[in-house]
Design a binder for this molecule. Structure first.
Ligand SMILES: [Zn+2]
Length: 406
């Protein structure tokens, strides 16, 4: 079944849009945040908790599931949905990014990537055809084309070569899905990935070819990998202006609330990132007024919920003081409660953005969000601001690789 995507509303003053993706496992409302379930689990959360947070799609990592438990095990267990007890939509990444970032002794050629497993050193080859077969075997609703990502900054000819190889692989991935379909398999939707780093001309050249291929959606790849945020946003604007309006657009690896809202304003429909949940497990969460480091001693007797504006099960019931105590004593409930909030917050942020697009108030929503997120209000009870005048809980950087698996 091909993916059906319907645009339901478009904002008049920005490129923001509200849509609906129909999959074999239910509808996905866009803009959507996709929680990351690397090895078939959104860490610490049950599928019911992920669904209760409002998520109608999760992302799973092909590379990890391919190595453990292996595609044949997942297939024998009735596919990934059944295996992990998740009834809603699943998008799998192609494995390309993880092969490049995690595996050892990689050798990249047109054939694919030869690598050693980071787990046991075993030797494997994944190319565009294997990536499609693995994702089909897992039972993904949306699969991603195998791509080559270059680390930035990179020389122009390195970027160009990676774009050319990604286009070659895109064509071969589509052909492999056709071959599977002739055998009665390959029902999944397939997205192509636009590359070209932060070179606008290279990204345009990439899409000149990619856009001619019959993908069900298009992804913006190779961004948020260490370059300037403003430059990334420029590339998002640039890509979205070229992508067809009637197909979903997926920005890979973005999960900072500010980036998410700005990406939506530029026409992005889907996003995923480990940042909210990985931070949560370490005791830091995004709330409506910024970034809260709940394990901070400043919250030892703070009766307020993590986010006074949040109605998630964690915020309805527990104080910052209690959650801080859980982290201080290494209780497993701490990362769990923080993760419940983190997924709820990211999913709801996109739902609120969607509602604002539908009612024609996205620009006002974006302004309100930005002012409030930057306000830092409620972040500290009575602590002295640090020497830069910032409240203590606002300090810390977000220098994290957003693309890493959990
Ligand atoms: Zn909450």
């Amino acid at each position: 079944m091909a993916l059906s995507f319907t645009l339901e509303a478009q904002d008049s003053s920005t490129a923001a849009r509200a849509g609906r993706l129909e999959t074999a496992h239910g509808d996905v409302l866009t803009p959507a945040f996709m929680p990351v379930g690397t090895a078939g689990s959104v860490k610490t959360l049950s599928p019911d908790e992920v669904a209760a947070a409002g998520a109608d799609i999760v992302l799973a990592n092909t590379y990890h599931l391919y190595l453990r438990p292996g595609v044949e095990v997942v297939r024998a267990m009735g596919g990934l949905h059944r295996f992990m007890g998740w009834p809603n939509a699943i998008l799998t990444d192609s494995g390309g990014f993880q092969v490049m970032s995690l595996a050892e002794l990689r050798q990249v050629s047109d054939r694919g990537v030869e690598f050693r497993s980071h787990l046991d050193g075993s030797r494997h080859v994944i190319g565009p055809e294997e990536a499609i077969r693995i994702q089909d075997g897992l039972g993904a609703d949306i699969a991603m084309s195998f791509d080559e990502l270059v680390e930035l900054p990179a020389e122009p000819d390195v970027v160009r070569e990676a774009v050319d190889r990604t286009l070659l692989w895109a064509r071969r991935g589509l052909a492999e899905r056709e071959r599977l379909r002739a055998e009665g398999r390959g029902a999944m939707a397939l997205f192509g990935i636009n590359q070209g780093g932060t070179d606008a001309r290279e990204r345009a050249r990439s899409f000149d070819t990619l856009g001619q291929m019959p993908f069900d959606g298009y992804a913006l790849g190779g961004l948020w990998v260490g370059e300037r945020r403003s430059l990334s946003l420029e590339m998002v604007e640039h890509d979205c202006a070229r992508f067809p309006a009637d197909k979903p657009r997926y920005l890979m690896g973005v999960g900072h609330p500010r980036d998410m809202i700005e990406a939506v304003a530029r026409g992005v429909d889907m996003m995923d990132c480990v940042l909210p949940t990985r931070n949560a497990r370490r005791g830091t969460v995004f709330i409506s007024t910024g970034r809260l480091v709940v394990k901070n001693a400043a919250y030892a007797t703070d009766e307020r919920p993590l986010d006074p504006d949040c109605d998630c099960p964690t915020c309805r019931r527990f104080s910052r003081a209690y959650i801080r105590h859980l982290f201080a004593t290494n209780e497993l409930l701490g990362p769990r409660l923080a993760s419940v909030h983190a997924v709820h917050h990211a999913v709801r942020l996109m739902r609120d953005a969607r509602a604002a697009v539908v009612t024609g108030g996205f620009e006002a929503f974006r302004r309100r969000f930005t002012e409030r997120f930057g306000s830092g209000e409620t972040l500290t009870p009575s602590r002295e601001p640090d020497r830069h005048g910032r409240p203590a809980a606002m300090t810390g950087t977000r220098k994290e690789s957003h693309h890493d698996v959990e």
